[in-house]
Design a protein around this ligand. Sequence first.
Ligand code: CMC
Length: 424
Amino acid sequence: MENAKLTLNGQEYEFPVIVGSESEIGIDFTSLRAKTKAIAFDPGYGNTGSCESAITYIDGEQGILRYRGYPIEQIAALASFTEVCYLLIYGHLPQHDQLREFERQITHHTLIHEDMKKALDAYPSTAHPMAILAAMVISLSGYYHEADDADTINLNIIRLLAKMPTIAAFSYKHSMGHPYIYPRNDLSYTANFLNMMFNLPTMDYHVPDVLERALNLLLILHADHEQNCSTSTVRMVGSSRAGLFASIGSGVCALWGPLHGGANQEVIEMLEMIRDDGGNYRKYVDMAKDKNSDFRLMGFGHRVYRNFDPRARILKTSADEVLDALGVDDPLLDIAKNLEAVALEDPYFVERKLYPNVDFYSGIIYRAMGIPTNMFTVMFAIGRLPGWIAQWKEMRQDKHTRIARPRQIYTGEQERPFVPIFQR
Ligand code: CMC
């Protein structure tokens, strides 16, 4: 493809064009400042490609999402979460023995160091589990040696995949004042997590299949989403050569925000507010449109999807199935469907291409599964972990990676003399 041409102050400059494997086009502006003294101004990075990546492909106009080339609909219907972890991190689908070995390794690293429990115990029971999760993930670097060789990195990847559900479930048990339930090696990744969440020493709890299947689906749908806010954070922190645990811990923090992973908690709180306010969802649609109000329809809109979010479509169907199978009749699901129907017809939402995103229905499923609302974003983090890891690994192996260091347009005062305090 021909070079792109830019005219600035009457002078023409040429920049190479990069074409991705799905014919995506990028203009390589790495030499922009050196050639022109200008920078590319793009707040929120809506048009900025920060890397080349072979992990996840999204076409926001068509509602396409693929992990390593495989359509999300097929993966969601046919894969297990650990298989997806392997695919994202190692780049190909595992053979039977590879998957067995991968799962065996994860299973044998699920315990956290007993000393870590003391740190966890020190948190107030009211602490948000995302605060505990972020702190504990970064703390792993204090317990497990980090180095740049492939074997150590791989061992720490396994450790992280194995220990994150344990930390998450322990943070829940801590908030309840219940004893920790230790991981069990005879259970699958998802069943083990649910057992640590819901079992008690006084109970004979068996994880229902329907919960295990629902969790498998939810985790798969969250597993990666290319250069979103938390993943870009992981890459950005990692670009300074910070270790895996510190980089992923930073990703957990970025995910927490209500415009990102924190939206799933906000959706349920919004639906509860509508229910408690008599179920008048039209009022809330109007509020979301009102520019004098800060209110947004949580679970609506997406930077990349401009038609539909394929994950939300899968989850809408799954919400009906899971609630049916569990015998749960949740009025919030009806409110959500009504809200969606009204918003999808409303010119405000249509013109701005605002559709339900992955967070819109996921919370309803988590709620039906008995997961408390403040754990929803933690669930997102467990799902997104393999994506963060894969992206961190890819970034570290990419010879072109430079420390992430955006520029700015300075709008402050020009140079002026400093006035000593006794003269002011
Ligand atoms: N409700 C009402 N108006 C909205 C909404 C919403 N949920 N989302 C966007 N808009 C409006 C916004 O006010 C703006 O209007 P105008 O052009 O008149 O100023 C226009 O739509 C474009 O919005 P934006 O904020 O420029 O879009 P963005 O790409 O920067 O933000 C978003 C994307 C997801 C942060 C945003 O749509 C939003 O805040 N949604 C609600 C929070 C949410 O559900 N987040 C989860 C995202 S999916 C999971 C994940 O990846 O984290």
